[in-house]
Write a protein that binds this ligand. Structure first.
Ligand code: ADP
Length: 485
């Protein structure tokens, strides 16, 4: 399970060629499990980004003109090339990001599913004919790719966040410039390697790394870019949305969350505890759909806390993600560890009780113990700010109305979860929660066939599913007149 150095591509990919930054400057990339250096990436800025955009613009007409089937063929070949190296790519992902190898494999496989799903969905970009109010005219509605798409993606799912966007863009006939997160660039740059391998036409896919604000500015201001798709923090999303808006570009934004996880008196508590483990501790708590606030009804509060504590002890093992049996890898960096530690300390200062965890384990790397705190209250940081780490904080509530109110008391609206058995309650609560994704008696619900998108400040637009292509398409109305009828 050693790292295949041929996959550590330390250059950017523009117009089908590999390049360094114009300045020659680089950024170092390290393994969060050990602190050891993996390599460097080019520190590009606006000029390299502008060249990548120009390449994507030049490649667009020919890519758009291909049949959906021909584009799908390229996309399936791309997926085959990824799956051929799944084991090596998973080691690369774990080495730069930290998540356990099994999760890395799962992520890459899911990314491939997104691309394959969209490859086929691209064949179903249907238009319409609308009954005409004029006897001698016909009304046709067709859909066309928007043009060059620019994407900016985060480090927590360095492969699949890109795959969702790349699949939708390529299937709809758009070309692309991607900027991955600087902590995890190699899992993105491998798309350049596989593009080369399968002979994807030059310019269809371009990848730049470096100065994020400068690259973002070029993407938002360059007239050739027609759409910005972003996954990351609400802070950066707002910045990009404002800048893209000034230039009237389409946007899709997948932003932060503050997911509630509600356990009602009538819940199956074993199922809820297992769902809590999956929802809270997957990727060491570093997903935008991770449960952040556990609201537990008074009658089952102590029993659920006990079950969750036992499940944590049985199922969670901290260590280097490359080691067998590890389920909790390191956090992405020192700042992430400090944030979890600050949330734990704040919760304890405000009357919370530490049930388990709560510390940095005594080992090199940016680790934090899976932590359970009971007696949480709304004045704690964890109630309002996504911890993005392995802290489960349990709040107590009495009534269904109170739980719904607490769950909705946030500017975010990405994912939420609840456990209950009464059918009436399931429907009432499902409909009352102001969230784009609702897990009912399920802790992990992401799939390429369902839409993924947030309400409120969690974003705009949807990824995956039959709805996921809409944001990459323009609707065109053509009126055919003079038909002589
Ligand atoms: P996270 O907290 O998950 O790192 P960020 O929003 O900071 O979320 O980062 C997500 C992505 O946005 C990364 O690729 C990062 O490089 C990029 N990014 C950060 N700041 C900016 C910016 N000012 N303009 C454009 N992209 C940015």
């Amino acid at each position: 399970m050693s790292l295949n150095s041929a996959l550590v591509k330390q250059q950017v990919y523009i117009n089908g060629a590999w390049a360094d930054a114009d300045s020659g400057q680089t950024i170092a990339v390290a393994n969060p499990a050990t602190g050891e250096s993996i390599g460097t990436i080019p520190y590009c800025g606006r000029s390299e980004t502008a060249r990548a955009i120009a390449a994507a613009e030049a490649a667009f007409p020919a890519w758009k003109a291909l049949t959906a089937e021909a584009r799908a063929d390229f996309m399936h070949k791309l997926c085959d090339a990824v799956m051929d190296q799944l084991d090596d790519l998973a080691v690369l992902l774990t080495t730069e990001m930290g998540k356990p190898l099994a999760e890395a494999k799962g992520e890459i496989t899911l990314g491939v599913k997104y691309i394959r799903f969209f490859a086929e969905e691209g064949k179903r970009i249907y238009g319409d004919t609308i009954p005409s109010p004029w006897a001698d005219r016909r009304i046709l509605v067709t859909k066309e790719p928007v043009g060059v798409v620019a994407s900016i993606t985060p480090w927590n799912f360095p492969n699949s966040m890109i795959a969702r966007k790349l699949g939708a863009a390529l299937a709809s006939g758009c070309t692309m410039v991607m900027k991955p997160a600087e902590f995890t660039p190699y899992s993105a740059l491998i798309y350049g390697l596989v593009a080369d391998k399968i002979g994807l036409p030059a310019g269809v896919l371009n990848i730049v790394t470096g100065d994020a604000p400068a690259i973002g500015e070029e993407m938002c201001e360059n007239p050739a870019v027609r759409k910005i798709t972003f996954t990351g923090s609400t802070r950066v999303g707002k910045l990009l949305a404002a800048n893209a808006g000034k230039n009237m570009k389409k946007i899709s934004m997948e932003l932060g969350g503050n997911a509630p996880f509600i356990v009602f008196d009538d819940a199956d508590l074993d199922r809820a505890a297992n769902g809590a483990i999956a929802s809270k501790f997957r990727n060491s708590g570093q997903t935008c759909v991770c449960a952040n606030r556990f609201y537990v009804q008074a009658g089952v509060y102590d029993a659920f806390a006990e079950k969750l504590k036992s499940a944590m002890a049985e199922q969670l093992t901290v260590g280097n993600g490359l080691e067998d049996g590890v389920t909790q890898g390191p956090l992405i960096n020192e700042a992430a560890v400090e944030k979890v530690a600050a949330h734990v300390q704040d919760a304890l200062d405000k009357g919370g009780t530490l049930v388990t965890g709560g510390h940095r384990p005594d080992r090199t790397g940016t680790y934090f113990e899976p932590t359970l705190v009971t007696g949480a209250s709304q004045d704690m940081k964890v109630a309002h700010d996504e911890t993005f780490g392995p802290l489960a904080a349990l709040f107590k509530f009495d009534t269904e109305d109170e739980a719904i109110k607490l769950a909705n008391d946030t500017e975010y609206g990405l994912a939420c979860y609840f456990y209950a058995q009464d059918l009436g309650r399931c429907f009432r609560v499902m409909e009352a929660l102001q969230y784009g994704l609702v897990g009912v008696n399920e802790g992990v619900i992401t799939t390429e066939v369902a839409p993924f998108g947030g309400f409120k400040e969690s974003g705009i637009g949807n990824e995956g599913s039959k709805y996921g292509l809409d944001d990459y398409l323009n609707i065109k109305y053509s009126c055919l007149g003079g038909l002589g009828m």
